[in-house]
Design a protein around this ligand. Sequence first.
Ligand SMILES: Nc1nc2c(ncn2[C@@H]2O[C@H](COP(=O)(O)OP(=O)(O)OP(=O)(O)O)[C@@H](O)[C@H]2O)c(=O)[nH]1
Ligand SMILES: [Mg+2]
Length: 245
Amino acid sequence: MGLTKSSTGLNILQEKFNVDVSSNQPVIALAGNPNTGKSTVFNALTGLNQHTGNWPGKTVLQAQGMYSHQNINYKLVDLPGTYSLLANSSEEEVARDFLYFGSPDVTVVVVDATVLERNLNLAYQIMEITPKVIICLNLLDEAKRKKININIPMLQDKLGVPVIPTVARDGFGLLELKDKIAQMVQGKAITNPQLVKYDEDIEEIINSLVPKMRSVYGEKENLRWLALKLIDGDQEIFNKLASKE
Ligand SMILES: Nc1nc2c(ncn2[C@@H]2O[C@H](COP(=O)(O)OP(=O)(O)OP(=O)(O)O)[C@@H](O)[C@H]2O)c(=O)[nH]1
Ligand SMILES: [Mg+2]
C-alpha cells in the first residue's frame, strides 16, 4: 500500500466523517478504552495543529489534527473512548463506523498497561475490522508502580501486531510510535493479527456465510467481520453498507 487512499475512501472520510482529506495525508485513528491516554497521545503529537467539533449527526466530540514525521504529514483522528465496538452507544457507533467505513491507514489502539486484559477485548475487536493495528501500551509508569511486569515481545507475538510501550504523559515512546506508524503506512510493518477463534459451530456458520457474502459485497469488504455482524443480528451495518457509495 502506498501513501494514497482510494477516492471512494477519501469521499467517505470527507462526507460521512467530516475529516478533511484535501491534502491526501495518511489517516491515523486513535482508539481505546476510556481514560487510557488517547487524548494525551493526540495532544502530544498534534500540538496546536488540531481542531474539535462533533461527529456528523452526533453529540460526540470529534478531535482531528495533523502532525509531521520525517517530512510526511499525517492526519490524526482521536476516537471516543469505548470498551467495545458493538454500537450500543453513540460513541461505540462512531468508533466502529469510522474504523470500518473510514478505513484509516493505521489504527493505534491505546491500552492501559495496568488493566491490560480488559483493554485487549477492544483490541481484538478492532483487529477483526482491520489488520493495520499498532498497540500503544500506555501508562507503563503506573504498571511499574503496581509491579505489573509485561512481557512485550510475548504480547506482540500473541497479538500478531506491533506493541509500542509508552508513558504518553511524559512523551516516552512517542517517537517510536511515530516511527512504527510511518513504517506501517509505507507497508513496511506487516502484521499477522491473531483473531479470536469462536466456538466450532460459529466458525462453521462464518465459513458458510463468507462465500455467499462475497458474491454480494465483493472481496474488498471484510467478509469475516460482516459475517459476525450478520450472526449478531446487526441489520444497521448492512443498511449503512448499502448506502455507502
Ligand atoms: N501516569 C500516567 N498518566 C497518564 C499517561 N497518559 C495519560 N495519562 C493521564 O491519564 C488521564 C487520562 O488521559 P486522557 O488522555 O484524557 O485519556 P483518554 O483516553 O483521552 O480519555 P477519554 O477521552 O475520556 O476516553 C490524564 O490525567 C492523563 O494525564 C501515562 O502514560 N502515565
Ligand atoms: Mg480523550
